[in-house]
Structures are given as structure tokens and as C-alpha cells.
Design a protein around this ligand. Structure first.
Ligand SMILES: [Fe+2]
Length: 391
């Protein structure tokens, strides 16, 4: 954990039940012309869509609407930019899951430039660096998972043999405003609540254990994990429970801040490599691999580096779940690992073979999987072991 650090900015945040109603006035602060990005149906079939449109009309704000049905591809971003770049937009609003928020973030960054977004993606681009100029961007999550409303990157996906899942990233791409209203997540279906919730869980644990974690990210992650501990089972098992939804909305929002500042670990390394090859929801990949990757990390740290700070951090998390202060470090670590596995089972997080992840893809996935800031760097054999455990 670093005691000397820099901290990236966060959006101006409006958090709480009912905050959605602030949106028209907040949009109006930027001007009278907004582009609204949503998913294919869930938000636009809700009463909130009608309320928003009527309020915009009342304020004489003109708006255009663009749908992002799946994880955004480079072509989709370029298409949206081309369609609206002459519209003199004052602000872009994205209301939806992580894919919609990432798309909005990318469109707001690409409208001022007249170039394909792929040029600027990490690892697959032309190496040009984005100047960081953008149109103001408001993020409104309707799921609790990715924390995209507080991060500085947009994940862009091209699925296929040469597919990728890469980020458009700049400190300036942190949304200007995040309006996080837990009531918007009430209609998220059970399986999606579980997948995105396990994503938030993974993001908080990985950024907490990260070799780049610092005093601030640790403070934020611990409190958010405390919320998630009670909120995740409530939100998954009782979807209409606003207390559970609120705890998860908070945990997810904070996970974006901690990952933007401390980075992530091997599970998100897999999410990037597997997600580029196969069309599997991001949160499902994270949830599916969370148990085994943490087990291998703990196993190897115990063998090779028993005094590593990460083991003490695992124990602290375990104590949070076990609530047995009189038990020792190993007990607490094992309790946490068992808890992760129990949730994978209880929330029916599928194995990756349930999708089209086939045996022959494994070598190229392993080659492309980075350990990021994981406290232990898994070698190719251990990455292979982790992946095969979930096939
Ligand atoms: Fe994630």
C-alpha cells in the first residue's frame, strides 16, 4: 500500500434515491442540446423515460436519442460520432449499464476529433495519444457493477478471432457528473444483478489488494465492501429491496474510483482476454474466475511470500465476512475464499464453457492475459489452471 500517491478527480456526484429528478436541471446547466444514449429497451420502456422527455420539453431542451444494444464496438462509436458530430451538442447523457456509459464516454471524447476511435485504444491503436478534449458527459447507471460512472476509461469491444476488449483512457474522461439513483436499478433482472454485483465485488477486492493501492483507495474500498457484504445477497435475492440496491449502487460507484486509482488484478486481465474472444458478459467472467484466481494467489503467496501485505489484507476482508475477531489470519483468509465460492454457487455464476469458450482458444487467451497489479503474478501454467477450472 502506497503512502505517497496521486489521486485522479471524481465526477460531481449526486447519490441517492430520487436524484434522477435532478437530471433536467443539470442538463440545462450545460445548454439546450443533449444527446441521450440508452440501452436497447429496459430504460426506454420505463416511466422514467417519459418523465425525462417531458421535463426536457418543459425546459425547451432539444435532444437526440441513440441506442447501444450491446457492449460498444469501435464501429458503433464511429457511427454515432458521425451521425451527431455536426449537431452542436452541449452535453452527452448516458443512462444504462456499463456498456451504455462506456459508449457515452467514448462518444463524448471522439466527437471533437474526426478520427476512428480504434486509433486511440490501448494496445490496438495507432499509438496516437488523445488530447483529452471532450464534450461534457453525464453518467447515470441503471445497473450496479462496472462503476463506469466514476472511471476515466471506456471499454470498447470487438468480438472474434482477432477480437479485443481495450480501453480509451484519459484522466479527462472521468464523467463531469454522475447521478446515481439506486431506484433506477430496481428492475435489473436477477442474473444481471448477480453478474454486475460480482464485477463490483471483484473490482473492490482487486483494487484493495493491488500493488498500487494507497491509503485513500483502501479507506474507500473497505467501507464499500462492507456495504456490498450485506447489499449483494439482498439485491440478488430480493430485487425490490431498495436498501440492498442502495448498498450495491454505492459499492459499484466506489469500485470505479478505487480501480481508476489503484488498478485491478488478474481476474480483470482474464476479463479482457476472454471477453475479446467470446461473447460472455463481463461480470460473469469476473464472477466465474474470482474464486479460483484468488485461491491460486493465496496459495502461492503462502508458499513463496508469506509476509506479503496482501495476505493480511485478505485476512481483514475475511474478518469482515466471518465477524469472528478471535480467529487467526489463516482462518479469516480461508473464510473469505469460501465465501466467494459460496456466492458463485448461490448466485448461479456459470462456468465459462456454458458459452462458446472452447479448449483450442485457451493458449491464445493465456498469452494475452495480463496480471495487472495482482499481488502475485500468476505464471502461464497457473493462468491455465485457473481458466481450466472454470471450463
Ligand atoms: Fe469489471
Amino acid at each position: 500500500m502506497q503512502t505517497s500517491f496521486s489521486f485522479t478527480s471524481t465526477p460531481q456526484i449526486h447519490f441517492g434515491v430520487g436524484k434522477f429528478k435532478l437530471l433536467p436541471r443539470l442538463i440545462n446547466n450545460y445548454g439546450k442540446n443533449v444527446l441521450i444514449l440508452t440501452g436497447a429497451k429496459s430504460f426506454t420502456s420505463s416511466v422514467n423515460w417519459d418523465i425525462l422527455r417531458e421535463s426536457l420539453d418543459d425546459l425547451e431542451i432539444s435532444f437526440a436519442h441513440f441506442e447501444i444494444p450491446n457492449e460498444p464496438s469501435p464501429n458503433q462509436i464511429d457511427h454515432c460520432v458521425k451521425q451527431f458530430r455536426e449537431n452542436d451538442l452541449r452535453v452527452i447523457l448516458a443512462i444504462g449499464g456499463g456498456s451504455v456509459l462506456d459508449a457515452g464516454k467514448a462518444v463524448s471524447a471522439m466527437i471533437p476529433l474526426n478520427k476512428p476511435v480504434k486509433n486511440y485504444l490501448e494496445g490496438v491503436g495507432t499509438g496516437e495519444s488523445h488530447p483529452g478534449i471532450k464534450i461534457p458527459f453525464i453518467a447515470v447507471p441503471t445497473t450496479s457493477g462496472t462503476g463506469s460512472e466514476t472511471t476515466k476509461n471506456a471499454v470498447i469491444t470487438e468480438v472474434g478471432k482477432n477480437g479485443f476488449k481495450k480501453s480509451l483512457r484519459h484522466d479527462n474522461f472521468v464523467p463531469d457528473l454522475a447521478v446515481v439513483d439506486p431506484s433506477l436499478t430496481l428492475s435489473t433482472p436477477k442474473n444481471q444483478t448477480a453478474h454486475s454485483g460480482m464485477d463490483a465485488f471483484t473490482q473492490l477486492v482487486e483494487s484493495y489488494l493491488s500493488t498500487k493501492s494507497n491509503l485513500m483507495t483502501d479507506s474507500l474500498a473497505i467501507k464499500a465492501l462492507n456495504q456490498l457484504k450485506d447489499g449483494l445477497p439482498l439485491a440478488v435475492n430480493e430485487g425490490a429491496n431498495i436498501e440492498g440496491r442502495t448498498k450495491m449502487a454505492y459499492a459499484s460507484m466506489i469500485s470505479g474510483i478505487t480501480l481508476a486509482n489503484a488498478g485491478l488484478g488478474t481476474i480483470h486481465g482474464f476479463a479482457s482476454s476472454v471477453g475479446g474472444k467470446c461473447n460472455i458478459p463481463h461480470g460473469l467472467i469476473c464472477g466465474s474466475l474470482m474464486g479460483i484466481v484468488n485461491r491460486i494467489t493465496v496459495r502461492e503467496l503462502r508458499k513463496q511470500d508469506a509476509t506479503n501485505l496482501a495476505l493480511s489484507k485478505y485476512a481483514r476482508l475475511g474478518r469482515m465476512f466471518s465477524q469472528k475477531d478471535d480467529k487467526g489470519k489463516d482462518y479469516q483468509i480461508d473464510f473469505l475464499l469460501d465465501q466467494i465460492d459460496q456466492w458463485i454457487e448461490e448466485f448461479e455464476i456459470a462456468k465459462l464453457s456454458r458459452f462458446n469458450l472452447e479448449e483450442q482458444l485457451i493458449p491464445s487467451i493465456i498469452k494475452e492475459t495480463g496480471n495487472k497489479n495482482n499481488p502475485y503474478q500468476l505464471n502461464p501454467a497457473e493462468l491455465d489452471e485457473a481458466l481450466r477450472n472454470r471450463i
